[in-house]
Design a protein around this ligand. Structure first.
Ligand code: GLN
Length: 307
């Protein structure tokens, strides 16, 4: 693929995505997020041979939100192990909204998967009981390629203050014997990882590592092991966009993970990492403009995993 072609397609994709901003709404259940300008739209690509492309508001910082669930899962799989993790959380799509509590009572004491809130809180508890947040933050900085990434304290305080549903989930997990950590300790870790401030370039760097068999695309250093990648990318395919994952698989066809901050991270295997940002969200909590950009790129650059 010629570089000029990717740049051109990226600009066209951005303009295409812009038409869908008006269909979405900002997340307001976290008060601090409701202050964000709905019209931001940006995208970055980092290829596995180390080239980068950007368009729109790619330098605008936003909070990682649920995209961080993939990094905490990788950290937990690498440091604690799949055998422990999957005694606390399942591997199946839930088909429910990301913050649903219902199946914890009606189906299984264990969350369906690590990418819904319940699953990510369970994983956060396992990590928080063994590691300081700073250790996790070092790993986030490493995979994103920027050592100035920090927690947005305003979003963190806002999430913590408005976190009644997540608190209910955590207490139910504790009462089910799934969450062994102290509830506030697990939630503090969880809210902090969701409140990490990043831009699309940071997450495209991370996505490129996922696309590149776990190796940093510039240094060639193996940062994530292959068995861990297989688990995380498979879960991104089946659960990455919550109850919108099936349609996304058909229309876009890339392992991906969204967050209510407006980011969606996606990757084309052995080819490129992509991150889009547009804070106007659809009913599932996925960026409307970002989704359209990814669908456009998938078609124009032939990125669908079954193309
Ligand atoms: N921090 C958010 C929450 O717990 C993350 C949800 C999301 O990005 N979908 O509700």
């Amino acid at each position: 693929m010629k570089s000029s072609n990717i740049s051109e397609v990226l600009n066209d994709a951005l303009e295409h995505g812009r038409k869908y901003i008006s269909e979405g709404n900002i997340a307001t259940y976290i008060p601090e997020l409701s202050k964000v300008d709905k019209n931001f739209l940006g995208v970055s690509i980092v290829t596995t041979d180390g080239k980068e492309y950007h368009a729109g508001d790619w330098q605008q910082e936003f909070t990682m939100q649920s995209i961080s669930k993939t990094i905490s899962l990788i950290f937990a799989l690498e440091h604690i192990g799949a055998d422990v993790i999957f005694t606390k959380v399942g591997m199946e799509p839930s088909g429910d909204p990301f913050n649903s509590i219902v199946k914890l009572e009606t189906k299984s004491a264990m969350p369906s998967n690590p990418l819904i809130n319940a699953g990510a809180i369970a994983v956060a508890g396992l990590i928080a009981d063994r590691y300081e947040f700073e250790e996790f933050l070092r790993f986030v900085r490493l995979v994103c390629g920027r050592d100035t990434i920090v927690v947005d304290e305003n979003v963190y305080n806002s999430e913590n203050g408005a976190g009644k549903l997540n608190r209910s989930i955590a207490y139910l997990l504790q009462s089910n014997g799934v969450l062994e950590a102290d509830v506030e300790k697990a939630l503090s870790f969880y809210f902090k990882m969701c409140s990490l401030n990043i831009n699309t370039f940071d997450l495209a760097n991370y996505a490129a590592i996922l696309a590149n068999g776990g190796k940093d695309v510039r240094s060639g250093i193996q940062l994530i092991n292959k068995p861990v990648l297989q688990i995380v990318k498979s879960l991104m395919v089946t659960c990455g966009l919550y109850d919108g994952s099936g349609e996304f698989a058909i229309r876009v066809g890339m392992p991906a993970k969204s967050g209510v901050g407006g980011g969606i991270l996606a990757l084309a295997q052995n080819n490129m990492g992509i991150c889009v940002f547009g804070p106007a969200l659809d009913v599932h909590g996925n960026s409307t403009g970002g989704y359209q950009i990814l669908e456009y790129l998938s078609k124009e650059l032939d990125l669908h995993y079954f193309s």
